[in-house]
Design a protein around this ligand. Structure first.
Ligand SMILES: NC(=O)c1ccc[n+]([C@@H]2O[C@H](COP(=O)([O-])OP(=O)(O)OC[C@H]3O[C@@H](n4cnc5c(N)ncnc54)[C@H](OP(=O)(O)O)[C@@H]3O)[C@@H](O)[C@H]2O)c1
Length: 328
């Protein structure tokens, strides 16, 4: 691979625009190509961000020999098929969250990636953010003692729109895969992937998708509580409470540049502020690129075992709600 990483963007929806700006901000990254189901849309997107090639089908992008890695930005229900296509053409993949609809799809994609020795990572950008990494460091150094509780909320009110993927079960809509995946990834990063008990409840709405949910996970010595949803407003904060203090994130906890360490009397001990270099997506781009240049098959900051652990918890939650996606 050359020193410049040639990125291909598969699907040109909302997040693809944000990601394209981030690619263009990273040295050694080039937005080389993009693909849409419509040639016109691909040309419009590609011209906007200076891509060299625009394709009117995802297959053409996957087949382009000059593409080093493909960022998959389609709706959740399409990820399995789209990632498989990329692997069939020998392409490394950074795939948007949630990576698949369920564990069965994820396990199959991971075994495809391993068979072909391709890089595969979920674009859980939170885990590459400086604020998150600082909190991990403080926790691992014992700065807050033993963790006893974590609270994390992510809600983003959205007006009902039957055409929006969020409200459409056939596109993997619903708040769990869209928003809930963040607080679950957050909690598990600090407390692990095997809670001894999970209690949860969800409201179903839209066209039959989970709109809001509340989850309590019990660990041997700690509790985690999570809410998420697009039918309610929230502070979108996260706090990790330990026996010696706490770590508190500013809202929007998964991408904030600010995190604070307090002692057990509430005294501020340290504040870490790391302004984004672009829009916050640059960190996952740099992580994927550095893994590719070192020949690593998966991310160090967001390894596949973490993605599998989170997906298993999301499967378990949906089982509690008796909720399945089309075709499951
Ligand atoms: N990391 C983050 O902060 C973040 C934020 C938002 C979303 N996301 C994730 O990014 C992914 C896309 O979200 P988005 O908000 O960008 O969605 P979106 O605006 O609806 O765009 C999705 C794109 O996927 C393509 N697509 C392929 N098959 C489709 C189908 N059957 N129906 C509709 N679109 C289809 C379309 O692109 P073409 O027409 O070009 O083919 C469409 O524009 C999701 O996995 C979501 O969870 C991540």
């Amino acid at each position: 691979m050359s020193e410049i990483t040639n990125w291909g963007i598969l699907a040109t929806g909302k997040i693809a625009h944000t990601f394209a700006k981030a690619v263009n901000s990273v040295s050694d990254a080039r937005l080389y190509a993009c693909a849409s189901r419509s040639g016109e849309k691909a040309a419009e997107f590609g011209s906007l961000y200076g891509a060299e090639r625009f394709y009117g089908s995802y297959e053409e992008l996957a087949a382009d020999p000059n593409v080093d890695i493909i960022y998959v930005a389609s709706p959740m229900s399409c990820h399995y098929e789209n990632v498989k296509l990329c692997f069939e053409h020998g392409k490394n993949v950074l795939c948007e969250k949630s990576i698949t609809l369920n564990s069965a799809q994820l396990e199959e994609l991971i075994s495809n990636a391993r068979e072909k020795k391709l890089f595969f990572m979920e674009a859980m950008w939170m885990k590459c953010q400086p604020a998150f990494l600082t909190a991990k460091k403080w926790a691992s150094e014992g700065r807050i003692g033993e963790i006893r509780a974590i609270r994390a909320d992510f809600s983003n009110p959205v007006d009902f729109d039957p055409t929006d993927r969020l409200f459409r079960p056939e596109l993997g809509g619903g708040s769990l895969l869209d928003l809930g995946v963040y607080p679950i990834s957050f909690v598990t990063a600090f407390l692990g992937f095997e809670p001894c008990e999970i209690n949860s409840s969800a409201y179903v709405g839209g066209l039959g998708v989970d709109m809001d949910e509340a989850v309590i996970m019990k660990y041997p010595n700690a509790f985690a509580s999570i809410t998420s949803g697009f039918d309610m407003e929230n502070e979108n904060r996260a706090v990790i409470v330990g026996t010696e203090g706490r770590i508190a994130f500013d809202p929007w906890f998964f991408c904030t540049d600010t995190v604070r360490l307090f002692d057990k009397n509430g005294k501020l001990l340290e504040e870490s502020v790391t302004p984004h270099l672009c829009n916050g997506y640059e960190y996952e781009i740099k992580e994927a690129q550095s893994c590719l240049s070192e020949g690593l098959p998966e991310s160090r900051l967001n390894p596949l075992s973490d993605t599998v652990g989170v997906m298993k918890i999301m499967d378990a939650l949906r089982k509690q709600w008796n909720f399945s996606y089309n075709g499951e």
